[in-house]
Design a protein. Structure first.
Length: 227
């Protein structure tokens, strides 16, 4: 078990180092040597876990969503709101999330499959919208498969604007405003009126999810760290 624990910690340390380098330099300019220096591990240790720079980048893209999940909500549109606002909050402070977004949005990342995060976001949004539809939360014209792509594309654009204007410091306000504009076009009026859409919502959900993570048995935390 001790050997497994060390492997988990080493892998996590390498991913955090890679995230730092990718965020600072982008995918193309980042080098394995810089990641090795940042992680403080041998080349053999790195290549035991990741065979290439591409695998490292894909690991960062996957790891950004591995530890925090919004609990089930009775109102599925509120759950969708909370997913968005939690991600926005983490983007301001979590280096793994920041690097994952940098990689996903990096159009110069030749040879790197950047579709994974978008596909996961679209799938999660579609599932929540379908559940919301089954509960009567949506307007009759809404097609979840189409609306989910609009949501994801719009949020990606807001993230890019926030990064350019304020290095994500105004992202919570921008995300809140985006939801206030989009949700009335898909939600029943009584549902829209009940939603918590404030810019502080992300911090509130983060505190909730952090408490849940701390309450998990150790083996669950290890599984999350493996991603």
């Amino acid at each position: 078990m001790a050997k497994q624990d060390r492997a988990i910690r080493t892998r996590r340390n390498i991913l955090l180092a890679a995230a730092k380098v990718f965020e600072e330099h982008g995918y193309q300019a980042a080098t394995i040597s810089e990641i090795l220096t940042s992680a403080g591990v041998t080349k053999g240790a790195l290549y035991f876990h990741f065979k290439s720079k591409e695998e490292l980048a894909l690991g960062v893209l996957d790891a950004q969503d591995s530890q925090f999940a919004v609990p089930d909500r009775p109102c599925k549109l509120q759950e969708l709101v909370d997913v968005v606002m939690l991600h926005a909050h983490r983007l301001q402070s979590d280096p793994m999330v920041r690097a994952g977004v940098r990689l996903a949005m990096d159009q110069t990342a030749t040879g790197l499959d950047r579709t994974g995060p978008f596909l996961r976001w679209v799938e999660l949004s579609r599932e929540l919208l379908e559940k919301a539809q089954a509960q009567g939360e949506l307007l009759p014209h809404v097609v979840p498969a189409r609306t989910s792509e609009v949501f994801v594309g719009s949020f990606a654009g807001v993230q890019s604007m926030s990064q350019a204007f304020s290095n994500y410091q105004d992202l919570m306000a921008r995300a809140s405003e985006l939801l206030r504009h989009l949700l009335p076009t898909v939600a029943q009026p009584y549902v829209t009126a009940s939603l918590h859409l404030s810019a502080s919502r992300g911090a509130e959900v983060y505190q909730e999810t952090q408490r849940l993570v701390e309450q998990r048995p150790p083996q669950h935390e290890e599984a999350a760290a493996v991603g």
